[in-house]
Design a protein around this ligand. Structure first.
Ligand code: ATP
Length: 516
């Protein structure tokens, strides 16, 4: 299936079952802005809870805040966003389509890598059990030639981006003979820088003094509150501040559903450490964040690190955790060692002393920062796309099932009376009432039980219970498992424990390391 087809299917499913809607749909939509529906908001909240609790509950030295979206405009000068939060853009003169120059080149490299992978698969088929992938990659002439090409293009791109050399970036596009995917032509404009921040006016002032920005990241709200939190919370280094909130970027290339949005949500944690210890903490956070992802069970092979060759202006080490989306491995989370760049600059721009007195070493310093930053919406897409599954059943029918990790599933339990009479709905309602504050439950009495199971499969409900005529006497229900479709009979009084054993965050947290 092509990337477009996969997306079509996912978007259609996400819409049909109330996960994600295009924003302003009845007005033909607003590009790269999305709304979450009745199922989507539950999944999103569960993702946020998983992140928040893993940060601030599991770690005694991490606390949360919720800072405003609007901030003093000087903050964005201090952070470097006014001057440097740009993407290099290029237009195709024939299709009039606009692209990010670096993304065009990255896609070109991805195509070469695809060729390499195909060659490796051919080798695997040819040599069967004796296949040695490492040796094959090191010796096969086609693989070597393509790898050399990919490495060269990558190096040239990194050099051009690092030097902010827009002409070199354009030359690379021309040299690689990259064509516009729409018009097929290689008729490109020059590369220009484009600032991604949205601006608006505050109050009634209409000159530049009233210009403020919609924050492009939540991190700065943490930095400018460093002293407030450190002092009022009596925090001792190392410690972290976590925040979940909206961010806004006027993205040039805004395709790929909720992967790249203009309004999105971030979960960011800034960890303040002693200068000189940042790289140690950077390595530790890399592992802890990967562990957080893997504990969900979406598949260990779906993640990989991508260390940055081009470091952002504030970083001395940076990596992405990439996830295998339907369109290949792409950034899901960024982990950056941000040095003392932000705190020092805020100290300089605000004129306030932003330092920490370390009682252990008896000295004052500007702490260094390790940041972990993940998009809620990208995480949502990672969960949704890897959970979506079309299955052929033994009876020849197909079912669509979302194998969402039970801890994240929007609805944990469907309560289904077999028929709408004979006192069964009353028992079902009683069960529902006794459980609905423990888990999100859904009451469903419409249609055949088979159809109800399909509906629950399609929204990823891990368990359904059926109340039948025997229930009246034996006080037991049939519980059906979404993944195995197996059914077993259990006493009504055991249902709460059964569901909680299988959907409680505790099980996942038990697999995670802590900062202490
Ligand atoms: P990209 O290279 O994909 O543009 P980035 O490196 O600019 O991302 P960061 O600034 O590191 O992203 O932001 C941290 C996280 O925020 C990303 O890993 C991603 O999950 C999320 N994110 C960033 N931009 C967007 C967006 N436009 N839509 C949705 N999520 C986003």
């Amino acid at each position: 299936m092509t990337q477009e087809e996969v997306f079509k299917q996912l978007t259609a499913h996400a819409k049909e079952y109330g996960f994600v809607f295009q924003s302003s749909e009845i007005y033909d939509g607003l590009s790269a802005v999305y709304d979450y529906g009745q199922m989507g908001v539950e999944l999103k909240n569960n993702i946020k809870k998983y992140w928040w609790d893993a940060m601030v509950r599991l770690n005694e030295n991490i606390v949360g805040i919720d800072s405003a979206i609007f901030m003093h405009p000087k903050i964005w000068q201090a952070s470097g966003h006014v001057g440097a939060f740009n993407d290099p853009l290029i237009d195709n003169k024939d299709s009039k389509k606009r692209y990010r120059a670096d993304v065009l080149i990255e896609d070109y490299i991805a195509k070469i890598e695809e060729k390499i992978n195909k060659e490796v698969e051919k080798g695997r088929k040819k040599f069967g059990e004796n296949f040695d992938e490492v040796q094959f990659r090191a010796t096969n002439p086609n693989v070597l030639r393509n790898q050399k090409k990919a490495d060269e293009v990558n190096a040239r791109m990194a050099e051009a981006l690092n030097a902010n050399d827009l002409k070199a970036l354009r030359d690379l596009i021309i040299d690689c003979e990259i064509a516009c995917p729409i018009s097929g032509s290689k008729n490109w404009t020059d590369v220009r820088q484009f600032n991604l921040m949205f601006s608006t006016q505050m109050g009634s002032v209409s000159d530049d003094a009233g210009t403020i920005y919609l924050r492009p990241e939540t991190a700065q709200g943490i930095f400018v509150n460093f002293l407030n939190v450190q002092k009022t919370g009596r925090m001792k280094i190392p410690f972290g501040i976590a925040q979940i909130g909206k961010a806004f970027r006027n993205e040039i290339v805004a395709r790929q559903f909720i992967f790249r949005m203009r309004e999105f949500e971030q979960m960011e944690m800034q960890f303040f450490v002693r200068p000189g210890q940042e790289l140690e903490w950077f390595a530790k956070w890399k592992q802890m964040r990967l562990q957080w992802h893997k504990a969900l069970g979406l598949g260990d092979n779906k993640y990989r690190f991508h260390d940055h060759e081009k470091l952002a202006h504030y970083a001395n080490a940076a990596t992405d955790i990439e996830f295998e989306f339907p369109f290949g491995f792409k950034e899901l989370e960024g982990i950056h060692s941000r040095t003392d760049f932000d705190l020092s600059n805020h100290q300089q721009f605000s004129g306030r002393k932003i330092q920490y007195f370390d009682p252990e070493t008896n000295e004052s310093y500007t702490p260094y920062v390790v940041e972990t930053s993940i998009g809620v919406d990208r995480m949502f897409l990672a969960v949704l796309s890897s959970s979506y599954c079309e299955e052929k059943l033994e009876n020849g029918e197909t079912r669509v099932v979302l194998r969402i990790p039970p801890v994240l599933a929007p609805v944990k339990l469907a309560v289904c009376p077999l028929v709408k009479k004979d006192g069964l709905p009353e028992i079902a309602r009683e069960i529902m009432d006794s459980l609905k504050f423990d888990f999100n439950c859904q009451y469903d009495e419409k249609d055949s039980i088979g159809k109800r199971y399909r509906r629950q499969d399609a929204i990823g409900t891990p368990y359904c219970i059926t109340i039948d005529h025997d229930t009246v006497n034996d006080k037991c229900v049939t519980i059906r498992d979404r993944d195995t479709m197996k059914q077993e009979r259990i006493p009504i009084e055991n249902v709460r424990q059964f569901i909680s054993d299988r959907t409680d965050f505790r099980n996942v947290f038990a697999q995670l390391d802590k900062t202490e």
